[in-house]
Design a protein around this ligand. Structure first.
Ligand SMILES: *[C@@H]1O[C@H](CO)[C@@H](O)[C@H](O)[C@H]1NC(C)=O
Length: 384
């Protein structure tokens, strides 16, 4: 009944503002108390459909520190046999990149769950929700399982909030060629907090009706609109959320990290993104920052050995920091002097400056008092 009013107001409020700059500042690995390097096992086993972007994904991740400026190590694996307590104990996170089908045997599943219970983290990318379709444990761990997708085409993804490092840098209304994933259930039922959703008006879904009700009506509601519509937020937000088709989320911690292993105070974190189908996506800086930031966010739950916690994780020490680099500079008077590069306090590591360190993102909003007036107006209509 009030949707048309909201649509009009949201339209009014979607007034573009001057662009603002964003940096990689949110990408910190906070392991000040530990000398250890986080280590990540990237699993790309496929049983059924195999994405030809897997080698591109491996290549992008393997650039590691050189590209991302963050001190962590990736190891790539396709062998199910790695999924034992001993085989997993060295990793601070396990990442499934487009894994499909029966990717773990029964013992492997148990080892995977024990890994979460010991504080291990899990990241799923794209077809990771196509893996282990029969496993309730896996479904609860990753949040939901894949159901169907329309053909690859341009679609628009919307942020749900601005504060999570995996999406903080993403432009509002991020549009590119992707498979829009539908899931057999709502990941929120497994404790997921949705970070990105799909604008239902932005692609053609070929008339398909998901068995998961109709998870779709979204896209007309702008973050800012909801934020300023104070009354709506209280009255309708739950209903809105239940209708959105999620594209990326986190779970902290997953149900399957219970019961915790003895001596552990918190289970590992989970991050999942449905994006990542094509080579181009894995070569895109916005996407890579999304994945790498999601990964770092799971690590920063500080439940593994890289943080002197937990029962899993890498104990290899980081090399000692290099002495501050000096370079020479010439002053106006022609004197040459040493210029020290800034050192990082508290052992924090930031992503290195790169050509994309500063990225322009779209930002929107409007005069605050006007937003309040509109918010109350909408609330008024909702109540009467
Ligand atoms: C993606 O990259 C892989 C490996 O680099 C290549 O074999 C494949 O053909 C590419 N796929 C497309 C659709 O270009």
């Amino acid at each position: 009944m009030f949707a048309p009013i909201l649509t009009i107001l949201c339209f009014l409020m979607t007034v573009s503002l001057p662009a603002s700059a964003l940096s990689y500042e949110n990408l910190k690995v906070d392991y000040p108390n530990s000398p250890n390097i986080p280590k990540i096992l990237v699993y790309t086993y496929t049983d059924g459909y195999r994405h030809d972007s897997i080698p591109t994904a491996i290549e992008a991740l393997a650039k590691g520190k050189e590209r991302w400026g963050v001190e962590f190590e990736f190891e790539f694996e396709e062998d199910k046999g790695r999924f034992t307590d001993e085989g997993l104990q060295w990793y601070d996170a396990i990442m499934f990149v487009s894994v499909t089908g029966e990717a773990l045997d029964d013992e492997g599943e148990k080892a995977f769950q024990r890994y979460l219970q010991k504080g291990g983290n899990f990241i799923g990318v794209h077809a990771a929700t196509v893996a282990l379709p029969q496993s309730d444990m896996y479904k609860q761990s990753i949040g939901a399982l894949f159901e169907w997708h329309p053909v690859l085409q341009d679609a628009t993804f919307k942020k749900e909030g601005d504060s999570h490092p995996a999406t903080a840098h993403i432009p509002n209304g991020w549009r590119f060629g992707e498979e829009v994933y539908y899931f057999t259930s709502d990941p929120r039922d497994n404790g997921a907090v949705v970070l990105l959703s799909v604008d239902e008006n932005s692609y053609n879904n070929e008339g398909y009706q998901s068995s998961n009700g109709n998870p779709h009506p979204i896209g007309r509601f702008d973050d800012e609109c909801i934020r300023w519509g104070v009354v709506i937020r209280v009255l309708v937000i739950k209903e809105l959320e239940a209708d959105k088709l999620p594209a990326a989320w986190y779970i902290d911690p997953p149900k399957t990290s219970q019961p915790l292993a003895e001596g552990i105070s918190k289970g590992g974190r989970v991050f999942y993104t449905a994006l990542g189908h094509s080579n181009e996506t894995w070569q895109d800086d916005i996407f890579m920052e999304h994945v790498v930031s999601g990964l770092i966010w799971t690590l920063n739950g500080a439940t593994t050995k890289a943080y002197n916690q937990g029962q899993v994780g890498c104990e290899d020490p980081r090399p000692p920091p290099p002495p501050p680099q000096t370079s020479t500079a010439t002053t106006e008077g022609g004197e040459r002097g040493a210029v020290a590069s800034p050192t990082e306090p508290g052992g924090q590591v930031h992503l290195a400056n790169s050509g994309t360190a500063m990225r322009i993102v779209e930002s929107r909003g409007m005069d605050v008092s006007l937003c309040f007036v509109l918010g109350f107006l909408v609330g008024y209509y909702v109540i009467v």
